[in-house]
Design a protein around this ligand. Structure first.
Ligand SMILES: [Fe+2]
Ligand SMILES: [Fe+2]
Length: 526
């Protein structure tokens, strides 16, 4: 009966530890929990946890605790400690240390007196004792092994104490319990490693896709990376903010969720045709058709010149020369209209139509200058995109939503599709793709939206515009706040925290970094 009771207590203790271990997210706390439990159960004076190094050739110190000397070192302190080697240069196994001995034998082992035993070389222990004014006597060490019996690390305990504080041996009960604890810890540690490995893989995969999308465009290379970086920087500033966001703190998972959403925000661009995404000139398809038009102008010019020389075509020399002059003026006008840099006025569109209608006839042949499709493209009033190309461009936000919606993210990242796909939404409901309004836009979406905007305005690698200066950029953003499009508090944070400049110094050309009159900018929207 007594034995059963004891067993029950043992199982209960282990279950409790098992639950605590699998719930503990921080690896440092995790090791602390394991060691505290091992010390508590054996009433030892201290202990150490080692894990197998990445190259599997040594044991790394993770955590050390000695109650009587009030010593407690966590991973941050032990990182500088030299690891315990498991092999020498000639690949011989080293048994110079109790932990390395147990690591090699794979057996839970205890010794009554570290100074009087012949199973391991105790010079290391003696040296430690000398340096720390300590005396190691009874010792126990248990290997932590995973489900494939691979060594993960070693839990080592020193000086088991009786109720009066006298050093006693580690007994069989201790070893049994420690073995169960080590096995629990090993399972939890393996799970943690697996989860961490999968999360790393997820991150690497996400970044590699983002990199591929960035590289696909010859102009916007680095956009996604910069937006993700700025989103991360913004959320860090929120953490530290002592003003409007002082009561807000993102958890580590939430910070990671924002970062992933930042990296994924333009994943839908994978389906945007490159001739739309990179359409630098109005006449651009897979090449700039202005060259075709140039050839046509050249042809008409040559024919007019020929006609001048023989004055055939029933025209006077003056007429033809005037025509030639007009032709060159029109050519220049078309080249300028093709750039998409300026707004096209009504008379510009009329002139394009006249050039489209124009035909030069000579020797029974008709020569035209631009086709109907070229006319339509040249008549784009602002920018270089036709309405249907604009729609195609905007489609990427829906595609982002759909693509990410098809993925089963871990629960803690479940909002990634929502945050990522709403970066073109506006607080006043005039954005796309879903015309969300302020109530439907969480802070995380607003962060990515403002990061996307700041990057886009300041980027100097876009097809048809130069990167704006800081003043120009912040003025536009101030106006957008005034129009109810973006978050005023986030723009405040971008400015007040100095992030606008911090980012600029990292990514902008020095000629873009001008002296911003902050008061003037703020007065625009406050
Ligand atoms: Fe986008
Ligand atoms: Fe973007």
């Amino acid at each position: 009966m007594e034995k059963e009771k004891h067993l029950l207590k043992h199982v209960q203790a282990l279950t409790k530890i098992g639950i605590a271990l699998s719930a503990e997210k921080d690896i440092n706390n995790f090791f602390k929990l394991v060691l505290d439990e091992a010390i508590r159960f054996t009433n030892a004076d201290g202990g150490t946890i080692y894990t197998l190094s990445e190259d599997k050739r040594a044991l790394d110190f993770k955590i050390i605790c000695t109650i009587s000397t009030n010593l407690r070192l966590g991973m941050a302190d032990t990182a500088k400690w030299p690891s315990v080697p498991l092999y020498d240069d000639k690949e011989n196994k080293l048994f110079k240390n109790f932990a390395s001995y147990v690591a090699h034998t794979g057996e839970a082992t205890s010794v009554k007196d570290a100074y009087n035993q012949d199973i391991f070389d105790n010079s290391g222990t003696k040296k430690y004792d000398r340096n720390n004014n300590y005396h190691s006597k009874s010792m126990a060490a248990i290997p932590m092994k995973d489900h494939e019996n691979e060594l993960l690390g070693v839990i080592q305990l020193i000086n088991a104490l009786d109720e009066e504080g006298k050093i006693i041996n580690f007994n069989e009960k201790h070893i049994t319990m420690l073995t169960s604890l080590a096995s629990q810890a090993a399972i939890a540690f393996t799970n943690k490693n697996l989860i961490e490995g999968l999360e790393n893989l997820l991150y690497q995969f996400i970044k590699s896709i983002a990199g591929a999308i960035d590289r696909k465009s010859k102009y916007t290379g680095g956009h996604i990376k910069r937006v993700a970086t700025l989103s991360e920087m913004l959320s860090q500033k929120i953490q530290k903010d002592k003003g409007y966001y002082k009561d807000l703190a993102f958890s580590n998972d939430e910070l990671q969720e924002i970062s992933i959403a930042g990296w994924m925000h333009d994943v839908g661009k994978i389906t945007t045709p490159i001739y739309v995404r990179d359409k630098a000139k109005k006449l651009e398809t897979i090449f700039d058709r202005v060259e075709l038009i140039n050839t046509r102008f050249d042809l008409v010019r040559t024919i007019i010149l020929k006609d001048i020389s023989c004055l055939k075509n029933n025209s006077t020399k003056e007429d033809l020369e005037k025509l030639l002059k007009q032709l060159e003026a029109d050519r220049e006008f078309i080249i300028k209209a093709n750039t998409g840099g300026e707004f096209m006025k009504d008379e510009d569109l009329e002139r394009i139509d006249m050039i489209f209608q124009y035909k030069y006839s000579s020797n029974g042949n008709d020569y035209f200058l631009i086709t109907e499709n070229e006319k339509i493209n040249l008549s784009i009033r602002r920018g270089t995109l036709l309405p249907e190309e604009f729609d195609k461009m905007r489609e990427h936000a829906v595609v982002t939503h759909e693509m990410l919606g098809e993925l089963t993210f871990p629960k803690k990242f479940r909002n990634v599709p929502r945050y990522a796909s709403s970066h073109h939404e506006k607080l006043n409901g005039k954005g796309y793709p879903f015309q969300l309004d302020a109530d439907q836009m969480p802070l995380q979406s607003r962060i990515i939206a403002i990061a996307d905007l700041y990057e886009a305005l300041t980027a100097s690698d876009r097809p048809y515009k130069k990167g704006k200066t800081l003043t120009e950029t912040l003025r536009i953003m101030a106006l957008m706040v005034k129009d109810g499009e973006i978050d005023a508090n986030l723009l405040d944070l971008l400015i007040d925290s100095g992030l606008y400049l911090e980012y600029a110094k990292k990514f902008l050309k020095h000629q873009q970094i001008d002296d911003v009159d902050i008061e003037k900018i703020k007065a625009m929207y406050h």
